[in-house]
Design a protein around this ligand. Structure first.
Ligand SMILES: [Ca+2]
Ligand SMILES: [Ca+2]
Length: 149
């Protein structure tokens, strides 16, 4: 096949999925790629796991209600609950920042009475079974979601 032919096929394949093609195992949604882990890990291990899975891979950050709803649906499909995402208030209590660039988060979906910093040791953020967020100890092992921005 000619070079142009190959180029055309790649372009068509990209267009079919939107803007980009996600690597094998990653799921496409609105111009991002997401990876749902099978193994469980601490937040530190999960951050490493995401970076190892893709050079620009990171623990997922939720940017808006649409993305949140899609992620909740995906977690339900996979029967995943208690899943790490990429935010923490480890720098300053009650101020939750993105783990990648320490910027404040614009969107939250806390469960009732959360974040409660239970026992003073909850600095990381997980989804719980109702799809809402809870702060939990960062060294507990959970499944996790990576994203490629
Ligand atoms: Ca905390
Ligand atoms: Ca909590």
């Amino acid at each position: 096949m000619s070079f142009v032919g190959i180029l055309l096929l790649v372009t068509i394949a990209s267009a079919a999925q939107g803007y980009r093609v996600c690597p094998k195992g990653w799921v496409y949604y609105r111009n991002r790629c997401y990876l749902f882990s099978e193994e469980k890990a601490t937040v530190k291990e999960a951050m490493k796991g995401c970076a190892n899975a893709a050079s620009n891979g990171r623990l997922v950050q939720v940017h808006n209600a649409q993305e949140e709803a899609w992620l909740e649906q995906q977690l339900k499909l996979r029967a995943m609950s208690r899943v790490w995402m990429g935010m923490s208030d480890i720098m300053e209590e009650t101020v939750f920042l993105k783990l990648t660039d320490a910027r404040k988060i614009a969107f939250t979906n806390w469960n009732d009475n959360e974040p409660n910093n239970h026992r003073g040791i909850e600095d990381c953020v997980e989804w719980v079974s109702n799809g809402k967020w809870n702060d939990a100890p960062c060294d507990v092992k959970r499944q996790f979601v990576c994203e490629m921005p």
